[in-house]
Design a protein around this ligand. Structure first.
Ligand SMILES: [Zn+2]
Ligand SMILES: [Zn+2]
Length: 237
């Protein structure tokens, strides 16, 4: 599987990750990625930065590092309507946004509530990726999620971290089976993300690739093969 990009990674700005932006970019270059992104945790995550961190990302020159760089955020979904924790006027200045359900920010609801939360986030025009939507702690209706994502040109993530044996989101592999079946049905595009919290993990999609292969997932629906496929989702606004 061709795999040249990773945009779901974290720096020390997230509060529970361990490398600087420069160190993470150096790791991405060492792995020969063609496009690299940082999506630090948004303010509602304990230990994350203030809004100002995200407002000022415009100060970072995207063309100064010898690799195509995109800077965004991993938003926390805060309620069952899919509200998130950065206002639109800040999101509009970022290159992209991931939106995810995290237990410190929203307690798991019913299948109906969790599904509504994710679909609400999908409808936010600034969100282009739903992070780890197959987390079994938040059961959802994958048919409705995959259909909404396809309609809004939003990517569902195949999160490497979720499928590791030390996994923080145990049981995700089984849920991924259901999610990928729904994605095939609705032709929903997916993106592999390392969710690296340390530089040695940048670009690590080993378990994500295994999950896609186990499920015979069509390569043409995976955006990691070509930066242009990813960029097409940046322009959905
Ligand atoms: Zn996350
Ligand atoms: Zn993350």
């Amino acid at each position: 599987m061709i795999d040249v990009l990773d945009v779901h990674t974290h720096t020390i700005a997230s509060g529970h990750a361990y490398n600087t932006m420069n160190e993470m970019i150096a790791a991405a270059k060492a792995k020969n990625l063609r496009l690299y992104g940082i999506a630090d945790h948004a303010p509602a995550m304990p230990g994350a930065c203030h809004n100002f961190h995200f407002m000022n990302l415009k100060a970072v020159r995207r063309d100064a590092y010898g690799i195509e760089l995109v800077l965004g955020v991993e938003l926390n979904i805060l309620d069952y309507n899919g509200s998130t924790d950065l206002p639109g006027h800040i999101l509009e200045t970022l290159d992209f946004a991931v939106a995810s359900l995290h237990t410190p920010c929203l307690k798991p609801g019913t299948l109906e509530q969790n599904t509504a939360a994710i679909i609400g986030a999908i409808k936010n025009p600034n969100v282009i990726i739903i992070g780890h939507p197959d987390n079994p702690v938040y059961p959802v209706d994958f048919d409705r999620v995959a259909q909404a994502a396809a309609d809004c040109n939003v990517l569902l993530e195949i999160n490497n971290h979720s499928y590791e044996s030390v996994g923080v989101r145990a049981g995700s592999r089984e849920k991924a089976k259901l999610m990928l079946a729904a994605c095939k049905k609705y032709r929903t595009h997916v993106i592999m993300g390392s969710d690296a919290h340390v530089d040695t993990d940048v670009g690590n999609h080993q378990s994500s690739i295994a999950v896609l292969e186990e499920n015979d997932f069509p390569e043409e629906l995976v955006v990691n093969a070509d930066p242009q496929r990813f960029r097409a989702h940046l322009r959905r606004r």
